[in-house]
Design a protein around this ligand. Structure first.
Ligand code: 5GP
Length: 120
C-alpha cells in the first residue's frame, strides 16, 4: 500500500511535460492522458493541474467544489472524444485500502469493453 505523504508525484512531471504522456484532453484547469497500464481499451486519467491539497478525495473541502465538478465534466468530454458515451465508468480510488497508488487526485475513465459489477 502507498501512503499519502503529500510529496510531489509523477503527475506533476506529466503536467509539466517533463515526462511524456498521451494527452487526450487539456484545458486551463485539468489534464487528461492515457493510463500507462490500461485496464480497458479506453483508460484515461483526468487530473487537476493544481493539486491544492487534493492528494485524495478524502481531502476534499467546500473550496474544491468547482474543480471537483469540472473534473467530472471533463470525464464526460473524454468519454465523448473516445466514443464511449454509450457506456463508461469513472473511478476514484481514495486511500490505500482502495488501492490508490498516486497521491494527486485523479479520475479513471474506463470503457470500450463490457464492465463487471461489483468491481472487486
Ligand atoms: P491509482 O491506483 O492511484 O488509482 O491510479 C494511478 C494510475 O496511474 C495507475 O492506473 C497507473 O497505471 C497510472 N500511472 C502511474 N504512473 C504513470 C505514468 O508515469 N504515466 C501514466 N500515463 N500513468 C501512470
Amino acid at each position: 500500500a502507498v501512503a499519502d505523504t503529500g510529496a510531489p508525484t509523477i503527475f506533476d512531471k506529466i503536467i509539466a511535460k517533463e515526462i511524456p504522456s498521451t494527452i487526450v484532453y487539456e484545458d486551463e484547469k485539468v489534464l487528461a492522458f492515457r493510463d500507462i497500464s490500461p485496464q480497458a481499451p479506453v483508460h484515461v486519467l483526468v487530473i487537476p493541474k493544481l493539486r491544492d491539497g487534493l492528494t485524495h478525495l478524502g481531502k476534499a473541502e467546500e473550496k474544491h467544489s468547482e474543480i471537483l465538478g469540472w473534473l467530472l465534466y471533463a470525464a464526460k468530454v473524454v468519454a465523448e472524444k473516445e466514443g464511449i458515451l454509450d457506456g463508461f465508468r469513472v473511478v476514484i480510488n481514495s486511500g490505500p485500502t482502495a488501492c490508490q497508488s498516486v497521491y494527486h487526485l485523479h479520475l479513471h475513465v474506463l470503457g470500450g469493453r463490457q464492465m463487471k459489477w461489483p468491481p472487486g
